[in-house]
Write a protein that binds this ligand. Structure first.
Ligand code: PGA
Length: 255
């Protein structure tokens, strides 16, 4: 009998009615992870998309449904250069949106250092710190409308590791909404690489809104190509896309 493989690997795709549902579903994945392994190493992301998930985690923490006492965390990326006290730094964002509201031990929190003088050395040390922690058990990702994950812009090597990158013009424009004007958006960032992300044991990737629909469709159903960095996830064994329905609207398999 002839057999054929429809897809080489499978990714779970969950479609949610709205942003609130997407956020609750994603938070539940984290809560389940921490129930199973309270000393999990968690990977966090910034941007608008995971804010609702962080709010759900804070609510769950306040209800006594989860705690972060034993948790270690690594963030995906940070602008470079940027001062941590700058209210646009990802350091600032993570403290405002999550860390100030839960019981994570601040010494167990890792965010790429936007003020480092020796950035190459810093990147090697960041990779080493992830290894020393035993690897990331669960990583949350957003996706850029150009298909980026973290700041791995189109054209990033699937073999890339933590490094300094130039931001894509599309990313600079997308992120300028947070700054007074576009000239204030940093042009570079430190980011985990695609190979670094692929080593995370479990990945949950979130997308909200129509502007992400094209990138999501390419990542899930297109060919795995460095022009669509998120498409590398097709080669990972444990990825869950949690999508608000507009962000899922260009998937052929649901159309
Ligand atoms: P956003 O960014 O959540 O602000 O849309 C996601 C990303 O660019 O990775």
């Amino acid at each position: 009998m002839l057999c054929y493989m429809l897809r080489e690997f499978f990714m779970k795709v969950i479609i949610c009615e709205n942003y609130g549902e997407m956020s609750r579903k994603a938070a539940q994945v984290f809560i389940d992870q921490l129930k199973e392994k309270p000393d999990s190493v968690l990977g966090f992301a910034t941007g608008s998309t995971p804010v609702g998930m962080y709010q759900e985690l804070i609510k769950a923490y306040n209800r006594g449904g989860v705690d972060f006492q034993e948790t270690t965390s690594f963030n995906l990326d940070e602008y470079y250069p940027i001062a941590s006290e700058n209210n646009q730094s990802y350091y600032y964002f993570m403290h405002e949106q999550l860390f100030n509201h839960i019981d994570i031990q601040i010494e167990n929190v890792h965010i790429p250092d936007g003020e480092t003088r020796d950035v190459e050395k810093f990147c090697l040390e960041y990779e080493e710190a992830i290894r020393q922690a035993g690897g990331i058990d669960l990583q949350v990702l957003g996706i850029g409308r150009n298909g980026h994950i973290a700041f791995n812009e189109p054209g990033s090597s699937f073999d890339s590791r933590t490094r300094v990158v130039d931001l894509d013009q599309d990313t600079i424009e997308a992120n300028s909404r947070f700054f007074k004007n576009i000239s204030e958006v940093p042009r570079q960032a430190i980011t985990m690489g695609l190979a670094t992300i692929m080593e995370c044991k479990k990945i949950v990737i979130l997308a909200n809104g129509k502007s992400k629909a094209e990138a999501v469709a390419k990542a899930v159903e297109g060919e795995a190509t460095e022009e669509v960095p998120a498409s590398t996830l097709q080669r990972h064994g444990d990825v869950m896309f949690v999508l608000e329905k507009e962000a899922a609207s260009k998937l052929k398999s649901i159309g």
